[in-house]
Design a binder for this molecule. Sequence first.
Ligand SMILES: Nc1ncnc2c1ncn2[C@@H]1O[C@H](COP(=O)(O)OP(=O)(O)O)[C@@H](O)[C@H]1O
Ligand SMILES: [Mg+2]
Length: 358
Amino acid sequence: MKQFGRVKAVDDVSFRAEAGKFVVLLGPSGCGKSTLLRLIAGLEEPTTGRILIDGRDVTKLAPEKRKVSMVFQSYALFPHLSVAENIVFGLKVRRLPAQKRKERLAKVVELVALTEQLERKPSQLSGGQRQRVALARAIVAENSICLMDEPLSNLDAQLRHGMRVEIRALQQRLGMTVVYVTHDQVEAMSMADRIVLIREGRIEQEGSPEELYARPATMFAARFIGTPAMNLVALADGAGGAVIRGSADVVLPGSGAGLTLGVRPEHVRLEEGAAGTGVRATVTSAEYHGADTIVTVQAGEETLFVRAPGQLALAGGAKVRLAWDPEAAHLFDSETGLRAVDVRQQARVAAAQHRKTG
Ligand SMILES: Nc1ncnc2c1ncn2[C@@H]1O[C@H](COP(=O)(O)OP(=O)(O)O)[C@@H](O)[C@H]1O
Ligand SMILES: [Mg+2]
C-alpha cells in the first residue's frame, strides 16, 4: 500500500510478474499505475507491504541495487549528449571499462536500429528514434527486468503501432521480464502475456488478454477492454423472461430485474426489417469506418452499438432485429457491477425449473 497524505494511491495490491513475461498494468489516469511501478523500481517506499524480486525482499533496497531498468514517458535524454553517449551514460556511471561499453553499445544499437544516428543529438531525432534511444539505454544495462511507464504516449498513432511490435519482439528475443504501464487497452491487449487491470488503486481483474476479453469479472472491466466498448444494458422482467428495459422481446429466460446484460458490438448480428426473430430495434445512425460500420440502435430504453462488417447503408429510423449467440452474452449484477452466474448456466437452470413446474 502507498499513501500520499490522505490519498491511497495503491491499496492492497498484490501481483506476480513471472520471469520472461510481459505484464501490463492497465487502468485509467490516476488509478495508481505509475506509483506501483515506482514502488517496484525503488523510487517510492511503500507505506505498508513488501516488494520481492527473484524471491528476495528488496523493499528497503536502493533503486540502483535492484537491477531493474526503467523507461519513462518523457524519455529523459540528455540534450547535450550524442545518442551513443546517452545510451552508455549509465554504464559509465557504473564505471564499466570503455571496451566493454563499446561492445555493449554495438550490440544494442543494432537491436534498436540506431546505427546511423549514433553521433546525433536528441534534438536531431524523430520521436520514434528518441524512444528507441530510451529503450536502448534500458537494454544496455542488461538487467533482466525492465519497467516501462507509458513509453509510447508521446508518439503519433502510426509510430505507436510500429513501436508496440518492436518492443514486444525485443522483449521476447532478449527474454526480458517487462512490467509495462499504460492506459491504452489496445497496447495492453496486443503486447501483454498478462494484464493487471487497476481501478482506484486496487486490482479489478488479472488475467491473459483473452481472459479479460472473453470473461470480464466486472462491468468496469467489460467497459475498459474493446472498442467500441461492450454494450451494457439494464434488464427488466418481461412477459416470458428477461427483456431489455422498455423492450418486449425476451433475451434470457428467468428474471431480469437487477441484472445488466453485456454483449460486445462485434458479437451482435443485425438483420434489416421488422419481421423475424431477435430483439426489435430502431437505427439512430450508421457510421462507416472502412472495414466495418458502427451502427447505433435503440432497443427499448437502451442504446446499443453494433459493429457490422463492410459498408451498411442504413437510414436513421430503419427497423432492425438484433441477435447474438448465447455464449456472447455476459450478465452482471447492476448494483455491485460484479459478473453474475454464467449466462448459459442460468439458462439451463431456468429450463430445468421450467420442466419441473411445467
Ligand atoms: N508524489 C505524490 N504526492 C501526492 N500524491 C500523489 C503523488 N504521486 C501520485 N499521487 C496521487 O496518487 C494517485 C495515483 O497516481 P499515479 O500513480 O500517478 O496514477 P497513474 O499513473 O495511474 O495515472 C493520484 O491520485 C495522484 O494524484
Ligand atoms: Mg502515470
